[in-house]
Design a protein around this ligand. Sequence first.
Ligand code: SAH
Length: 352
Amino acid sequence: MNDVRTIVQKLCDGADITRDEIIFLLNNRDKDTADLLAEKASAVSKGIYGNKVYIRGLIEFTNYCKNDCYYCGIRYSNKNASRYRLSEEEITGCASCGYDLGFRTIVLQGGEDPFFTDEKIIRIVREIKREHPDVAVTLSIGEKSHESYKAFYDAGVDRYLLRHETADHSHYAKLHPSSLSAANRQRCLRDLKEIGYQTGAGFMVGSPYQTYENIADDLLFLRDLDPAMIGIGPFIPHKDTPFADRPQGSLELTLFLLSMIRLMIPEVLLPATTALGTIDPRGRELGILAGANVVMPNLSPVGVRKKYALYDNKICTGEEAAECMNCLAGRLRNIGYEIAVDRGDNIKYKKT
Ligand code: SAH
């Protein structure tokens, strides 16, 4: 029978819950349920990964993008965006700064920028790997062919982040122009997993037109895909997009979903995202306390940080990476956690 307590119990026992149960739980959740799930989820996370929080150094290397996603501030049609590209030397320099600060995972993220051909990406990755062989390199540069993904992997890329955005094809079509499809997005994720990447998927919480049915489908899609990492964060409007006037996603629902995901897919690497830190000053700490175990500080040069504006009011755009690290370490210490200095592989997907 559908009652909140039974469903919560199933989640805590690691039993599979159904689409109807997820929808029922979302409709009938309250503060006590959220607190209980957060407690269980953070205990599960601690049981697997201890009180360590993994860090990933994010280098936002280009904000040029050929796509026109309706929610994103660096979409092609945003003529107000001030565009930049980091040089190959700047990118490898940022990676080295990150290395010196203790990062053992470097994430190269950008818009879909044809200037950065596969050849250039491979050259950059090889250089980072040559200088720092113990670093895990992650790419987050959107939809590519199987062939490109394979070439990146063969060049030494370890991980790839590509949020599925929404599993529902018609919801996907409301967030993207017709040149983009849920089918191709999901094809990319299957290719990435098949090639051998530690793959990250995920979605925005509270994106325009999103329903609890959509969220249930997202959670089931993720359970089925079983990615190494899941990135979820609240949708936050950007003033120069078609969704400028839409409400932002809720802190409370994002935290609730972090806990659900931790319980449904216990080993998953789960970031407390910058978007979560943007909608609430303690968002990232609350994310960790709800079951997240990763944070992704910014390693981009301070001069370009404000320009990588996917949404308005993004945090940490004014400080140097070293300051961000001190701030973060203090915040984590205050809630009983510490920064881990290893690569932070998903225990299930660790390469031997
Ligand atoms: N071009 C890459 C990287 C995208 S940016 C790619 O296609 O994967 C990373 C993520 O930021 C996106 O996947 C999206 O889920 C999120 N994002 C974009 N705009 C946002 C907004 N307005 N609010 C919150 N998250 C947003």
